[in-house]
Design a binder for this molecule. Structure first.
Ligand code: PDD
Length: 279
């Protein structure tokens, strides 16, 4: 596999970052993940806009224009002959003597990119539906920044893995924030699609935005409001969205089946609509 590191394409297993990198020492950096379908990047302008915003929010200069990023990503996808999968980008504040405050002078950010092959469309889990558990949200208060500090999400996903389920829905003060690596949607028994409004409490999902636009285009009623954790077992349907799952129907939460325990019509429809959008 070929990776990209600071201006160079090289074999992934030869890509090295110094231990004094602030990403390693402080998780002082941000990342992006975009899907690849039929060898093309999906909704990449949104991902690159969020990358730029994440960098600006933590005061790292963006080393590339959107055009440059896209060219580098496309080259990497081609070098790895990825038809379906993901492109991962990480930018950290670079290498400097260990000190919490930003390094003085012009330290070059560290830029890393690699690809992963993954079956997103023909994921068998989408046929049966995924199961989820709820866990407390242990994260910091700026979850709108796609920070590489992911310890709370690592622990949440591990809890899900140990429970034998696919995703952990994080709950704070009795309301759902988001999945450990996804945005949460429910469909109420009245048929309305619901997801949490954007704020510092959640990541502004690029898939979330596309799904809401598709709901609007197809005149499906939706609401952006807080979802009480108590609404989850009562929901007609649920699904989660991300660049790596697209739209994933959820059929069970904390051991309780939703509806008839199979992927619901709204989740299946949104998944199909999203495929058509991503094509
Ligand atoms: N995660 N919320 C969180 C906490 C996430 O980590 C992600 C994505 C999302 C969905 O965002 P988007 O639709 O833009 O992918 C929401 C990526 C896939 C990851 O960390 O691998």
């Amino acid at each position: 596999r070929t990776a990209y590191l600071n201006g160079q394409f090289l074999p992934l297993d030869e890509a090295r970052v110094p231990v004094m990198d602030r990403g390693f020492l402080f998780a002082d950096g941000i990342y992006e993940v975009a899907a690849v379908l039929h060898g093309r990047l999906v909704d990449n302008a949104g991902h690159l806009a969020r990358l730029d915003r994440s960098l600006a929010e933590i005061g790292i200069r963006n080393p590339h224009t959107a055009e440059e990023w896209e060219r580098l990503e496309t080259q990497l996808v081609e070098k790895n002959a990825v038809r379906e999968g993901l492109v991962y980008i990480q930018v950290t504040r670079g290498v400097a003597e260990r000190d919490f405050s930003f390094p003085k002078g012009d330290v070059a950010p560290t830029v890393v990119m690699f690809t992963q092959e993954k079956s997103i469309v023909n994921n068998p889990m989408a046929e049966t539906g995924a199961r989820a558990i709820t866990v407390p949200d242990l994260r910091w208060k700026r979850r709108d920044i796609k920070s590489v500090a992911l310890l709370a999400q690592v622990l949440a996903k591990q809890q899900a893995a140990e429970a034998g389920v696919a995703e952990a829905f994080m709950v704070e003060d009795g309301v759902v924030t988001e999945g450990s690596s996804s945005t949460v949607f429910i469909v109420t028994r009245a048929g309305a699609l619901v997801t949490r409004p954007l704020s510092h409490a959640i990541l502004p999902g690029i898939t979330r935005k596309a799904v809401l636009a598709l709901a609007k285009e197809t005149s499906l009623a939706f609401e952006e409001r807080l979802i009480n954790a108590r609404e989850l077992p009562e929901a007609a349907e649920a699904f989660y969205t991300s660049a790596s799952a697209f739209v994933m129907p959820v059929v069970e939460i904390d051991g309780k089946a939703l509806g008839d325990g199979r992927p619901g019509p709204v989740a299946r429809r949104m998944r199909e609509l999203y495929f058509a959008f991503a094509e």
